[in-house]
Ligand binder design. Structure first.
Ligand code: ADE
Length: 252
């Protein structure tokens, strides 16, 4: 359905990604231009932009930890990146895109791409004190995007965030308690900032490793990062196409 009547069109979209390897296929395909005047000069994040049809598209990546020569993965950089994106670019929609661990018993394969549903939780914040417990788990809202997911033929579910790639039984217990379908390291941090600034937020997560299979997540992640990033690239391009002349209400 295209945007008609009084609903505001989605003009500005910010896609936030942690890793260069996840983002580069999208930067290349859409020929996004690097912008050095968007992000605070002291920060490591990089911003790429282009007008794509009706949408001013910004893709921001976390940048590199110069001390170790690796990408700034995880929720600290994601929080700061979301703050920068929201305050400087004022997007109508913010998207956390990247890779995640999935579950074969919930229907995932390597390269399956999920759309976020309902809310974002944290699975490794174990604070058994009333109030702090619920606050730590988060449950930050995801924009209602069931029509989007159906149109793009993508499965959807709760996305769960933590600070480890390695699997732990305790974390998996929490992930299952919340019926989450994917385990990653940034979405809930971005969703918290989006909630504070009242910006609609969603995630697109491509599966690199199956957490419920006999394997080591870190090995599977490295083995399948390229394949999952290619699959994510395909779905991001579909999504940018889908968002043309749409309102937030059209996604539900
Ligand atoms: N990113 C990709 N796979 C992951 C996993 N299993 N846990 C956390 N983040 C991930």
């Amino acid at each position: 359905m295209s945007n008609q009547g009084s609903a505001m069109p989605i003009n500005h979209v910010s896609i936030l990604m942690a890793m260069r390897d996840e983002a580069q296929p999208v930067i290349d395909s859409l020929k996004l231009q690097k912008r050095d005047d968007v992000i605070h000069s002291q920060l490591p994040m990089c911003c790429y932009q282009k007008q794509v049809g009706s949408i001013q598209l910004s893709l921001i990546i976390s940048g590199v930890d110069d001390r170790h020569g690796v990408d700034n993965i995880g929720s600290e950089a994601a929080t700061l990146m979301a703050y920068e994106a929201i305050t400087r670019l004022k997007p109508d929609l913010i998207i956390s895109a990247g890779t995640a661990g999935g579950f074969a018993e919930k229907g995932a394969n390597i390269g399956t791409v999920y759309v976020s549903e309902a809310h974002f939780v944290y699975h490794d914040r174990h604070v058994p004190i009333p109030g702090f417990n619920e606050s730590s788990i988060g449950k930050y809202p995801a924009v209602e995007a069931s029509r989007l997911a159906k149109s793009l033929n993508l499965p959807s579910g709760v996305i769960s965030t933590g600070s480890s790639l390695e699997k732990s039984d305790k974390d998996i217990l929490v992930i299952n308690q919340h019926n989450a379908v994917a385990k990653e390291m940034e979405a809930a941090a971005i969703a918290w900032v989006a909630m504070l600034f009242k910006v609609p937020m969603m995630a697109l997560k491509s599966i690199t490793n199956l957490v419920d299979q006999e394997n080591r997540s870190e090995e599977e992640f490295l083995n399948h990062l390229s394949r999952a990033s290619r699959s994510l690239h395909d779905k991001i391009l579909d999504l940018v196409d889908y968002l043309q002349n749409k309102s937030i209400e059209d996604l539900a």
